[in-house]
Design a protein around this ligand. Sequence first.
Ligand code: ATP
Ligand code: MG
Length: 389
Amino acid sequence: MIQPPATLGLLGGGQLGRYFVEAAQGMGYAVWVLDPDPASPAGRVAARHLCQAFDDPDALQALAAACEVITTEFENIPRPAVEWLDAHACLRPGPRALTIAQDRLEEKGFLGEIGVAVAPWQAVPEGATPDVQTGAEGPSFPAILKTARLGYDGKGQVRLAKAGDLPAAHAELGQVDCVLESRVELERELSVLVARTADGAHEAFPVAENAHRDGILHLTRVPGGAAAAVRERATAIAGHIAERLAYQGVLAVEFFLTVDGKLLVNEIAPRPHNSGHYTQDACTVSQFEQQVRAVCGLGLAPALLTMPVAMVNLLGDLWPATGAPDWRNVLAAGRARLHLYGKAEARTGRKMGHVNVLGLPGEDDAGAAASAAEALWQGLADNVEEGMA
Ligand code: ATP
Ligand code: MG
């Protein structure tokens, strides 16, 4: 068991990292963050910010020497750095989980091997574009071509109406390694966060229901509208994946529930997740404290919902050309909890913060909380439009 005041290491310095740092430092640990961005949200609150590239040998050496355990908030850490850290320090989650989650081809292969259903797919390797595989297992159209590595928030994806569109789509993505998958008809999107420790204990958070806009998470509600049996199945699949990875830390699993009732895994993330931000205000433990507990080998806290909740993301689109949004309506609503990441520059599509809107204890769904969250979000969007008019 790693006890405070030990120093913990963190790869990546975004908002997920910032909340990990706050949770850990609140418990008496010190956290060192490695991130090349001088304005990194986590770096600014950490005991030490190593402002260097993820594969900088001196930085990796310093991290390994100072930290009793090193974890991540970002999956795209170069493979040699992951392997070096695994050999010279205690890295949790380990290299297998990180390399699987950073490559959609490996991810789909792994999920297939352990019997987890995914959307029908085929590999589209780097270089010459192959023909589309037809048949029961292969993708159907409409389809989506996704780069195997480095995609996020819907980036690195092209939609295809028919097989003949593949060469142009592959060219558009630079003919890198890709996955071609059927575009499934969604009833809902769900996600599950599960924490697991080295001794095999695991604890899942309640299932979240997610709505996206332009490929970026917009609103999460808990509880969502999926049937209890579906939620149980999603929770069991997330636990199975964590188990088969011998996972240590917090793992996020994104699901598609299709209109014909299939529950498919979309992707996994080896870290806390945007769709788990609701845990900050509406659970018995946050995903970030649970990550601290899991990677330090502490007992996992019960991860129970205390009241219905909806989380809405605040993207840079909501920022006026100069200054900051007018937060009055958000701040005046006591059930709305504002979280801002301290990013100086607001760009379109950039995640700047989120609001968790609490429902009432005893309400059995998050419908009222979701409507209130949407209304606050709409108010902020209207302000930007008026500012431009
Ligand atoms: P993030 O990192 O934000 O989760 P990402 O870039 O990794 O995003 P995906 O999760 O693959 O991208 O896709 C983003 C969204 O696009 C999904 O949540 C879903 O709404 C839609 N989408 C992706 N793949 C499919 C598919 N095969 N069928 C239907 N919708 C899809
Ligand atoms: Mg996703």
